[in-house]
Design a protein around this ligand. Sequence first.
Ligand code: FES
Ligand SMILES: [Fe+2]
Length: 303
Amino acid sequence: MALRAFGLEWLVFRDNKNTVAFVGRYCCHMGADLSRGKIVDGCIECPLHAWKFDSDGVCTGIPALDGSREQLLQNKKLASLPVKEAYGLIFVFYGENPDFDISQPRNMSQLRYGTSSRFVLPADSHVPCLNTFDLQHYKHIHQREFLKTPEIISNNPFHLGIEMDVRVVPNNLFNRFMFWLVGGEATICIDCWGASLLLMTNHKTGFGAIIGLLPVQKNLSSVFVLPIKNGGQSANPVSKIIDTFTLGIAGYLIRGFLRPDLNVLSGMKPFEGKLVDGLDDTAKRYWDYYRSLPSHSVDFSEK
Ligand code: FES
Ligand SMILES: [Fe+2]
């Protein structure tokens, strides 16, 4: 599968051991499009001269080369990025080694997950993270009222979490349903990792969401939303059907909650503007966190 991320073109495939490869899309020989190639012996084979590359992007074979010159394989490598699979999703890290691990959502020792949805957001990928810590928008966009001042938690430099006790204002059909579902009030925890991953849990319902943010290029991102539920994956067929059904409903509600966010965040050019003391303190805290994250870049010129 070919895709664009970090302003570059990539190819994603699985090798014979089911390992996910995330490598540069164009062949390092003459630039043929590897997405038109095929998988042979767990390697991607270029459609033009049949050079083969493994899941690390290393060239493992040049058919036109006789065995005596195998040393020529050295330094023939595609760009590749570290990949990790978790919750049925594929995570890729834009850098040599991941700065942080993919952790479990708070208060969920094991989790069941549904099917992810993808949204296109015409804005930088960290915008939904900024939105998480922007307390003013919860009232204006979601009609939620805070029952007490939200608590901010940070476990390490890549993490910023918030715990919010909120009351749902039943002003429309969607919010009336949410009000009924949570009994009017809910405790929501959201953990932000690396300004690129949001883990959201609702203490009352035991449901939540994982929101993965992929920068496609400047001012364009993909937002992946995965509904989750506390508890291990069930082997019982009836429980599986119930899980599929409830996670489907949860996904529908989470998408309904996020849709107004994504509408108003489209086209946003975020900067630390005229923030107001007492109103925007958690947004300020987010900017401090965001500015302290290392920015990564990988030199692909040699590969
Ligand atoms: S362009 Fe890919 S093998 Fe020659
Ligand atoms: Fe929001």
